[in-house]
Design a protein around this ligand. Structure first.
Ligand code: PBG
Length: 324
């Protein structure tokens, strides 16, 4: 039936009516806050390209973890900045490394906060690539062994969920096998399954000091135009034992969040990455748009597309805005 019988504006007349028919509601429960753990004590070093985001030493990470959980956010994901880097990133599986210490302290002081760890080599290698470099390329199978060591070290420290972000083939299966063989059957895997070689990671590489020193990541991260391939990547990761699959970045890939959710019906995470954060924050600081409204609109769109979990640097601010 058409106008004038149909008048969609009837249900938009005031906020009460709008609330009654609102289809998607963002909640603090949907959010995960990324944190950058660095060496030292009392360190809080702001990332120039991400105003309001800082690299923090373990003591400050604990304070942040407390505040984040108090704001209603159920989980954090940890990235490490090691004391020293080498060719194979051996600090990644140091049981006394920054991330490992942060996991233990959070689990002791804020036990109900879920701790996810990013499992990747790029923050730990001196060349900045996500694995072992042989003859100018990242060697897939040699890298698996290192990722397994890193994931096991995180599990020993008490991580609830490990999240491989390297995009090597077969890493989910390799990590699942190793976790199970070592008594960590209950540690879940959130796989960065459809992770694209994106320009939107720019600010993160300053935050995590992880820029590749030569070349780029296009031989392992996905080619942005490919949607069917993203579905295959998700399928392989689920076959290998992923508990949660991720699409990353979020905004330029909302169609894939939708497709993955429709196709598989499993828990889907989406990463609202550093570049997506910095664009809104910079425009907000300049008074070019209303940061709070823009953020809520963007994160709600990611949820509407099908994401169950949203990793975002806005997590604490948004959780406060939602409950305040
Ligand atoms: C590590 C990793 C990256 C991000 C998450 N894990 C960077 C990259 O792949 O270069 C990006 C996160 C962001 O931009 O917010 N491989």
């Amino acid at each position: 039936m058409a106008f004038p019988v149909n008048r969609p504006r009837r249900l938009r007349r005031n906020e009460t009516l709008r609330r009654m028919v609102r289809e998607t509601r963002l909640a603090p429960d949907d959010l995960v806050l990324p944190l950058f753990v660095c060496p030292g004590r009392g360190v809080k070093r702001e990332v120039t390209s991400m105003p309001g985001v800082a690299q923090m030493s373990v003591d400050n990470i604990i304070a942040e973890a407390h505040e984040t959980f108090a704001a209603g956010v159920p989980a954090v994901i940890l990235f490490g900045l090691p004391e020293r880097k080498d060719n194979i990133g051996s600090e990644a599986w140091n049981d006394d490394g920054e991330v490992q210490r942060a996991i233990r302290e959070i689990k002791e002081r804020v036990p109900s906060l879920a701790v996810i760890t990013d499992v990747c080599m790029c923050e730990y290698t001196d060349h900045g690539h996500c694995g072992v470099v042989r003859e100018g390329d990242v060697d897939n199978d040699a890298t698996l062994e290192l990722l397994v060591r890193e994931a096991l070290s995180h599990a020993r420290a008490g991580a609830d969920i490990v999240a491989p972000s390297d995009m090597m083939d077969g890493r989910v299966g390799a990590i699942r096998d190793a976790l199970d063989e070592n008594g960590f059957q209950q540690v879940a895997i959130m796989a960065y399954s459809a992770k694209f070689a994106s320009a939107f990671y720019g600010p993160f590489r300053e935050a995590a000091d992880s820029a590749p020193q030569f070349g780029d990541r296009r031989s392992y991260q996905m080619d942005p135009p490919n949607g069917d391939e993203a579905i295959r990547e998700v399928m392989y990761d689920l076959e290998e034992g992923a508990d949660i699959v991720m699409v990353k970045p979020a905004l330029a890939y909302l169609d894939l969040i939708w497709r993955v959710k429709q196709e598989f019906g499993v828990p889907v995470a989406a990463y609202n990455v550093s570049g997506e954060f910095s664009m809104i924050r910079a425009a907000g600081i300049n008074g070019w748009l209303d940061e709070k409204r823009a953020t809520l609109e963007v994160l709600t769109s990611i949820k509407r597309a099908g994401a169950d979990l949203i990793l975002t640097y806005f997590a604490k601010d948004v959780a406060r805005a939602l409950s305040g």
